[in-house]
Every structure is written in structure tokens, then in C-alpha cells.
Design a protein around this ligand. Structure first.
Ligand code: ADP
Ligand code: MG
Length: 451
């Protein structure tokens, strides 16, 4: 493979694993200039980019390069000016635009709904037919049939797709006369925190009580956040009393959401509750075939069968495999083989880890404790920030293996011994303190959701 093609394929995979902003800032203008048996040389446009890529992405890039040339042990980085117009960039942009047109739809700023989620692209099987039937029934009788509608089930099984799909469908059916709003419970929490800090709780009322359909995703995360629960309770009542539709998703049924106020729990249980489970083999095959068609790609039956057999617990993971399949086909211009699929599937597990970045951890921890990310990483000595900071330090180390000085700099520009102390302390406390381990578990779930 020529350098240019090789680098293009590598970048296509890197792009999947870093944020769009980081990719554009640091990697877009990079170039592969030399390949030896054991080392390859990458040119970057300036010193800053070189240092950044070298310190942040070396491991990731090396891992991906080794998928192509297994003998490579090291990547060298050099600075080379005036590269922006090299031919590589041109071809890169094309691949990237093609990818974008398939994957990124614009979220409607009014409703927060993503038009990519439609009910027509939602495959129905025995695992989700009840939830689908209930959701569909709402479209024509908004607010009067199943209220609230509570959908629950594990990660990656189609809850978000289904509840956003209903939202989109309601808008179309009622020709935009019905006001729909979709939020994650994280966003709702952030809004409440913001309103309290800025003494603008009225804003919550006007934002959330003047809608006809309120859809709240992943409600389980409000458990234990008293102010947010209270605000949500009032919002819920205001809407419910006016026959407005409420649709909620959760990763577990109301009775299993920890530390949820009783009055909210009983509200959630008062309407229709439906679960989504693991899809059976036939449903998985149907989903794979649909998605492949949507992406304008093709896949032979043997490959479809292999994916359906190997991945049974998450439709999101199936989707991840299919995205890679499309990438391979674009990069090599030939159909993937069963062996390719085996390899892609074995890589998926590793990818999940590298998807996480430090800011997601900071966001998750601050969201969990209802403080702002700025306070979490700031210098204030206020007592309420101590625990969140220690947890953030611990997780940066535990989940991402970041260095102590890096963490120290990221969280409050402290001395790195503070980080070592926090890490050791939490490690020790974890054994005896079950509320701490519960907290960490929940925060990790939050982080993984963002990945
Ligand atoms: P959850 O919210 O339960 O974690 P998502 O709704 O985000 O899961 O689904 C994960 C991915 O799988 C999405 O890309 C979604 O479009 C797809 N998906 C899930 N269920 C179905 C289905 N029944 N038919 C088609 N696609 C599905
Ligand atoms: Mg979801």
C-alpha cells in the first residue's frame, strides 16, 4: 500500500475515536512521509501539533498502524511547514464528507430531536414489539392514551431511537402544530443547576412547561439529585395535569432506580411501562440488513450471519461493526470478507476504552455532583468540591491511565502529590465504603454513555 493510502486508512480509523474538533485541529493536516520496517514517520505542520499528537495520540495511532503493518514498533514525528495543500488532504476531505453525509444529521434546535431516528427505520421484533406498539399508539392520541410512557432496557437496545422516533413522528403527523421537546436527564440536570446558581428557576418553568410532548432520556441519572428530582416532579405534574404527553426512558424499571423519591416513582408507574430486551437472531439479521442498505453498502449473507451470531447484546455494537465495514469498503474499494469481519469484531472491545476522553470524565463527575465543570477543575477551597475532585482524579487515573502531573494540571493546577494522595486514598476507601463504590459505578456508567 502506498504511504498516502495507508495514512488515509489510518486517519479514517483515528477519526472514529477522537472528537471531531480534535481531529480537525491536530490531525487533519498530517502526512505520512516515510515507512520503514519498524518505524514510520509522520509530518505535522507545527511544533505545537507535533507535541500534542505525540503526547496524546501516539498509542492510538501506533495501535491502528500495526493493524496494517504489524512490524511497526515506533512512530516518529517531525515538523514540516506548508503542508495544508498536499494532495493527501484533498482525498481525505472526500472520504470524510462521504462519511458525514451518512452519519451526521442535524439536530433540530427547537426540539433537540435528531431526524435520523425514525420509526420507519426501527426494526420490530419480539424483544421490542410492546414498546414499539405503545409508542406508535401515542402518535395519534398525544397525552391521552399512555401517559406517561416509560420505556426501559439495557444499553444500546434502541430506547433513544424509539423515543426520538416517536417525537419525530408526532411532529410530522400533526404538521408541526404540536410542540415536542427532547432532553437527556443530564441536560435537564444541568439546566436546573444553572437556574439555581443564577437564581433563574422561572426559566426552567418556561422552558419545560410550555411543551405538548416532553421526552426525557435516561431518567435513571436524576436519582439522588434532590433539587433536580423536585424540579422534575413539578414539571411532570404541570404537564400531566394539562394532558401533555410525557415519554421517559431508563436503563431499568422505576422500582429499581436507586434513591429515587417515592412520589416520582409512583408517577412513573402510573402510566404505561414497556421494556426493550435483547433482540433475537432474526431481528438482528433484519437490523443488519436494514442498516447496510441505509449506508449504501453491501454485505454477503455469510458476513451478516457472522455478525448476527457474534453480537447479540447490543444493537449499538452491531452498528459500530457496520460503520467499520463501510470504512473498509471505502478505503479498499472491495467487499469485506469473513476474516475482515472477525478482525473488526475483535477490535471493538478495545475501541470502547479509547473512546473516553478526560473531559467526559470531568463532565460526568460534575454532572453527578451537580457542580459546574469549572468549579470541579477550579481552585476554590470550598468543602463541597473536595470529594468530586478526588473522584475525578481517581477516575482519570483509573480509567485512562493518565500521569499524575497531567491530572494535577487538569484539576485545579495542584501539585501532583495531591493526586497521588487522592488516588491512594480512594483505592483504600473503596474496600470499606460501599456508597463510594456505588458512586464510582454510576459515574463510570455516565462516562461510558458519553463514549
Ligand atoms: P439505547 O438508547 O437503548 O442505549 P439507542 O437507541 O441509542 O440505544 O440504539 C443504539 C443504536 O442501535 C442506534 O444507532 C439505533 O439506531 C440502533 N437501533 C437500536 N434498536 C434498533 C432497531 N430496533 N432497529 C434499528 N436500529 C436500532
Ligand atoms: Mg440512549
Amino acid at each position: 500500500m502506498r504511504n498516502e493510502e495507508l495514512w488515509q486508512s489510518v486517519l479514517s480509523e483515528v477519526e472514529l475515536q477522537v472528537s471531531r474538533a480534535n481531529f480537525l485541529t491536530w490531525l487533519k493536516n498530517s502526512r505520512l512521509i516515510k515507512t520503514d520496517d519498524e518505524a514510520i514517520t509522520i509530518a505535522l505542520p507545527n511544533h505545537f501539533a507535533k507535541e500534542w499528537v505525540e503526547s496524546k495520540y501516539d498509542k492510538l495511532i501506533l495501535g491502528i498502524v500495526r493493524n496494517f503493518i504489524a512490524s511497526v514498533k515506533k512512530i516518529e514525528y517531525v515538523v514540516e511547514g506548508g503542508m495544508a495543500k498536499s494532495p493527501t488532504q484533498h482525498t481525505r476531505t472526500l472520504v470524510s464528507e462521504k462519511q458525514l453525509s451518512i452519519e451526521e444529521f442535524k439536530v433540530d434546535p427547537d426540539t433537540n430531536l435528531n431526524p435520523r431516528y425514525s420509526l420507519s427505520s426501527f426494526v420490530v421484533g419480539s424483544s421490542n414489539e410492546l414498546a414499539y406498539a405503545a409508542a406508535s399508539a401515542i402518535i395519534q392520541s398525544v397525552g391521552t392514551k399512555y401517559n406517561p410512557l416509560f420505556i426501559y432496557g439495557g444499553v444500546g437496545l434502541g430506547k433513544t431511537h424509539l423515543i426520538q422516533g416517536v417525537g419525530n413522528e408526532i411532529k410530522t403527523f400533526h404538521k408541526n402544530k404540536i410542540k415536542v421537546k427532547y432532553v437527556t436527564s443530564e441536560k435537564f440536570t444541568n439546566d436546573v443547576v444553572w437556574a439555581i446558581r443564577n437564581k433563574r428557576t422561572e426559566d426552567i418553568k418556561s422552558a419545560y412547561r410550555h411543551v405538548d410532548v416532553l421526552i426525557v432520556d435516561d431518567i435513571q441519572f436524576i436519582g439522588g439529585k434532590e433539587k433536580t428530582e423536585e424540579e422534575f416532579f413539578h414539571t411532570f405534574n404541570a404537564l400531566y395535569e394539562n394532558n401533555k404527553q410525557i415519554i421517559i426512558s431508563s436503563d431499568r424499571p422505576p422500582k429499581s432506580i436507586p434513591i429515587l423519591e417515592e412520589r416520582l416513582r409512583s408517577r412513573f408507574e402510573s402510566g404505561m411501562i414497556a421494556d426493550v430486551g435483547f433482540p433475537d437472531y432474526e431481528t438482528r439479521v433484519a437490523i443488519i440488513k436494514n442498516k447496510i442498505q441505509e449506508k449504501g453498502a453491501s454485505l454477503n449473507d455469510e458476513c451478516v450471519d457472522l455478525i448476527a451470531k457474534k453480537i447479540s447484546k447490543s444493537i449499538r455494537e452491531i452498528e459500530g461493526v457496520l460503520n467499520k465495514v463501510v470504512f473498509y469498503q471505502n478505503a479498499y474499494q472491495k467487499p469485506v470478507s469473513v476474516a475482515n469481519i472477525e478482525k473488526i469484531i475483535s477490535e471493538i472491545g478495545e475501541k470502547d476504552r479509547t473512546n473516553i476522553n478526560p473531559n467526559q470524565i470531568i463532565k460526568a463527575v460534575s454532572g453527578f455532583f451537580e457542580i459546574s465543570p469549572g468549579d470541579l477543575t477550579g481552585k476554590s477551597r470550598n468543602k463541597e468540591f473536595i470529594e468530586p475532585r478526588q473522584i475525578a482524579m481517581y477516575l482519570l487515573r483509573d480509567m485512562l491511565d493518565m500521569s499524575y502531573p497531567y491530572i494535577a494540571n487538569k484539576i485545579g493546577k495542584r501539585d501532583h502529590t495531591t493526586v497521588i494522595y487522592a488516588y491512594k486514598k480512594l483505592n483504600k476507601d473503596l474496600d470499606q465504603n460501599s456508597s463510594l463504590s456505588d458512586k464510582l459505578k454510576e459515574i463510570k456508567e455516565l462516562v461510558n454513555k458519553m463514549g
